[in-house]
Ligand binder design. Structure first.
Ligand code: RP5
Ligand code: MG
Ligand code: MG
Length: 273
C-alpha cells in the first residue's frame, strides 16, 4: 500500500474545513499520533440522496453490512477487511486529517470505475509515431478535464447501486467523453470485446476522509489500428468541462493517482513513457 497525499494537509474541497495536519511519518494508524484530533465534516447536500448512506451513528436504521455486499451496495474493499472503530470504517491507507464523509456518499469504500481508452499516436500518413529518444511508440489516451478541480483525468465515475462495473465503464465514458451520445454504438461494440484489467484498489482522491474513501477498477480499451474508438469525435459532458486525446509520457499530470494507473497501461503495451 502506498501513502496517500491528495487527501492530506489541505482545505477540504467545496468547504472551508481545514484538515488536521498529517505529516508523512504519522499516516498509518499503527503509528501513534497523540495530538491527532481531526474535525468532522459531511457535506449537507448529500443528506437524503439516493446514492448516499444515512448518517451514523443511527438508532433508526440497522448498521451497514461492513466488508460485505450489502443489498445493492458493495462495501467490500480491494484491500481486505477494513476496521470499524467507534462504529465507523477506518481508511485502509491511514489518516487524512478529517472524519465524517465529506462529499462522499458512502461510509467506507466508494466504488468507481475508470476506462482508459487508448490508441497509437500517428502522423498525417497514418504511420505510428515513435519517440525520438526512447524509440518506443507513443500512446494517446482520452482524458477529460474535471469540473470540480480543473485537473485532467481518466473519464471515470461512481458505480451505481447494483450496477455491473462493465456497465459503469461504458456509461461514464459515453457521458463524459461523448456527451451522452454513443453514436452508432461504437463504444458499446468496442467495450463489449473486453478491456484489459489494469488496476483495482484505492484512489488517492482529494475527497477521501478517515471514514470514507474512493476505490476503483480501471480497464484499458485499446484501439490498435485506430479505426474504431480512435476515430471518435469527442465532446465533453456531465462533470467534464473538456475532453481531448492526450499524449502519454512521464510528464503527464493527472487528478488523484490516475497517472500511476495510466503508467500500468504503458508498461503493459511497452509504450513510450
Ligand atoms: C476518481 O474519481 C476515480 O478514480 C474516478 O475517476 C472518479 C469518480 O468520481 P466522479 O468522477 O464521479 O466525481 O477518484
Ligand atoms: Mg460521471
Ligand atoms: Mg467522473
Amino acid at each position: 500500500l502506498f501513502r496517500h497525499i491528495m487527501c492530506r494537509n489541505n482545505v477540504y474541497p467545496r468547504s472551508s474545513v481545514q484538515r488536521f495536519p498529517v505529516p508523512d511519518a504519522v499516516v498509518f494508524w499503527t503509528v501513534n499520533y497523540e495530538e491527532y484530533c481531526p474535525p468532522c465534516y459531511t457535506a449537507a447536500h448529500i443528506g437524503g440522496q439516493s446514492w448516499a448512506d444515512a448518517p451514523l451513528p443511527n438508532e433508526q436504521t440497522s448498521e451497514p453490512h461492513w466488508n460485505h455486499n450489502d443489498g445493492l451496495v458493495n462495501r467490500v474493499s480491494f484491500h481486505g477487511d477494513y476496521q470499524i472503530k467507534d462504529g465507523l470504517p477506518q481508511n485502509p491507507i491511514g489518516r487524512t486529517g478529517l472524519c465524517g464523509r465529506g462529499l462522499l456518499g458512502r461510509w467506507g469504500p466508494n466504488h468507481a470505475a475508470d476506462p482508459i481508452v487508448t490508441r497509437w499516436k500517428r502522423n498525417e500518413n497514418g504511420e505510428i509515431v515513435r519517440h525520438k529518444d526512447s524509440g518506443k511508440n507513443i500512446l494517446q489516451m482520452v482524458a477529460i478535464q474535471r469540473s470540480d478541480n480543473k485537473l485532467w483525468a481518466i473519464p471515470g465515475g461512481m458505480v451505481d447501486p447494483g450496477e455491473n462495473v462493465s456497465v459503469t465503464l461504458k456509461r461514464e465514458f459515453t457521458e463524459e467523453a461523448l456527451n451522452f451520445d454513443d453514436k452508432g454504438h461504437m463504444v458499446e461494440e468496442f467495450f463489449k470485446q473486453g478491456g484489459v484489467h489494469v488496476y483495482s484498489g484505492y484512489v488517492d482522491d482529494f475527497r477521501n476522509t478517515d471514514n470514507a474513501w474512493m476505490e476503483t477498477t480501471a480497464l484499458n480499451f485499446h484501439d490498435e489500428d485506430g479505426t474504431k474508438v480512435g476515430q471518435l469525435q469527442l465532446e465533453a459532458g456531465d462533470d467534464a468541462t473538456n475532453v481531448r486525446w492526450t499524449d502519454i509520457n512521464a510528464n503527464l499530470k493527472l487528478h488523484a493517482n490516475h497517472a500511476d494507473i495510466v503508467g500500468e497501461v504503458v508498461a503493459k503495451r511497452n509504450a513510450h513513457w
